[in-house]
Every structure is written in structure tokens, then in C-alpha cells.
Design a protein around this ligand. Structure first.
Ligand SMILES: [Zn+2]
Length: 257
């Protein structure tokens, strides 16, 4: 068994780890990198493996820094199951569409800035104003409906006319809805097959509702192998836990990312 750490290593977000065992390629979590808009967008777009080669995804909990890139995987050839607790599957039914809406808003805002800059710098506006700040204000009036609402139709039309390459959202609402069809909610403490000869059982981690520590029998050592994200593992001993964590089996070798 080989484990590769792709995220949440020396950083907090983007939790994603790949277990390779025989012909199985099991992804543990598939989270969004969060941070500066442009930098995070670039990191989130690139998957370091072909999603079509993944056999299953095991999800520790619904927070988007653990689940938010699942629609990227399911929209690009993934054909397995996303295994998690039932509560996590339910929560993702809200969080992933919400995340898609945020991706769209982020893309709209980046496009707004590009078109605004082109209008302000390119002499496109016939305002008679020579000052850059005046041209900028004139551009804002065209590209915004109100103080906080963008005129997305106008932004898209002008981007096309000015031949500005538009930023596309990381994934759409349709991608998020499609991703939910891959989810398989499993009750706590009920073993589930996640690979060839590999089973795991979810135990309450006491982080958010549905969070789980996944425990598998280890064929190599004969002991137990625990998979937990740092947040879920820390929460299992935290006084801020929403519920007391359920007792874990004995002889557990903890693994945290
Ligand atoms: Zn969390």
C-alpha cells in the first residue's frame, strides 16, 4: 500500500490523499484549496492524477476543504463511488451546490475586473474624461447593477467584444448536482468495501455532523489502520466536539494527514 499526500500537507486546506493498493486507487478526501482567489483557482483546477483511474473516494466530512473538489473529479471520468457517512452525504447536498455558486461568483468577479481594466485603460469609453479614476468610475457604472451586484450579461458581452478570455468557474451547478449522484451514505460502524479486499468502517470523529474516522483492518500488520483528517482527529479529543466521539476499536495505528 502506498500513500501520496497531495494537499493539507504543510498547509491547512485542499485535503487530498491517494492510496494505491494493487489495482485500487482510493482517494481520501478531495478538498478545495482556499486562499487568494487567483492562486487558489489555479491550484484547484489541476488534479495530479487522472480521475478516471480512481476506483473510489472516501470522504471524512463535508467541509469544502475536504469535499469541494469532488465535482471536478466526477466531471472528468470518475466512475467509482464517494463513500462517506449518511450525514456527510446529506450535508454535501447543500455544500457542493453552494460551492458551485461561489465558483461562479468568483469567475464573474475576475471577469468584471478584466473588463473594467480594459475599459479604463483602453480608451473604449467615450466619457470625455481623461483622468483614469474617472474612466474607472464610468466603467463601474456600466458593469455593476448596484453597489454589490454585477451586471453579468454586460460583462460577458463586453468580454466577447473586447476579445478578453473569460475565466470559467471551477465547476458549475450542474457539475455539483451530477457529483451528488456518486455519493453513497453509509451508517456509522457498518463495514463497507472500498477496494479489492479492503473494507473500512466509519466511527464518529466528533467534528461536524457526519464526520468520521475511517478504520480498516491492515492485512500487512494484522492490526487496524485509521485514516483521519487533522481536523477530525483533533476534534476527537477536543472539548469543542459537538458530540462525544464514539470509542474506537483497540490496537488502532493512527494516521493523520
Ligand atoms: Zn472540517
Amino acid at each position: 500500500m502506498q500513500i501520496t499526500f497531495y494537499g493539507a500537507a504543510r498547509e491547512v486546506t485542499g485535503s487530498m490523499h491517494l492510496i494505491a493498493s494493487g489495482s485500487d486507487r482510493i482517494l481520501l478526501d478531495c478538498g478545495l484549496f482556499q486562499g487568494r482567489r487567483r492562486e487558489a483557482a489555479e491550484k484547484n483546477r489541476v488534479l495530479p492524477f487522472d480521475p478516471a483511474l480512481l476506483t473510489n473516494v472516501v470522504l471524512s466530512h463535508a467541509h469544502t476543504d475536504h469535499s469541494g473538489r469532488i465535482p471536478v473529479v466526477t466531471a472528468n471520468g470518475f466512475n467509482g463511488r464517494v463513500l462517506c457517512t449518511r450525514a456527510t452525504a446529506s450535508a454535501c447536498g447543500y455544500l457542493l451546490p453552494d460551492s458551485a455558486s461561489i465558483q461562479q461568483s468568483d469567475a464573474d468577479y475576475l471577469n468584471y475586473k478584466s473588463v473594467r481594466a480594459a475599459l479604463a485603460h483602453g480608451g473604449v469609453l467615450r466619457t470625455g474624461a481623461n483622468e483614469r479614476s474617472a474612466r474607472l468610475e464610468a466603467a463601474k457604472k456600466i458593469l455593476k447593477k448596484g453597489r454589490h451586484e454585477l451586471n453579468v450579461d454586460t460583462i460577458n458581452r463586453l468580454a466577447e467584444e473586447l476579445r478578453i478570455e473569460r475565466v470559467k468557474p471551477l465547476y458549475t451547478m450542474a457539475d455539483a448536482e451530477q457529483a451528488l449522484g456518486f455519493f453513497d451514505g453509509i451508517p456509522y460502524r457498518q463495514p463497507v468495501t472500498i477496494g479489492n479486499g479492503i473494507r473500512c468502517t466509519f466511527y464518529d470523529a466528533g467534528h461536524i455532523l457526519g464526520s468520521a474516522i475511517s478504520i480498516s483492518p491492515s492485512r500487512r500488520t494484522g492490526g487496524l489502520f485509521a485514516w483521519a483528517s487533522p481536523a477530525t482527529w483533533a476534534a476527537s479529543t477536543s472539548r469543542f466536539s459537538t458530540t462525544p466521539p464514539s470509542p474506537l476499536p483497540r490496537r488502532t495505528a493512527p494516521w493523520t494527514s
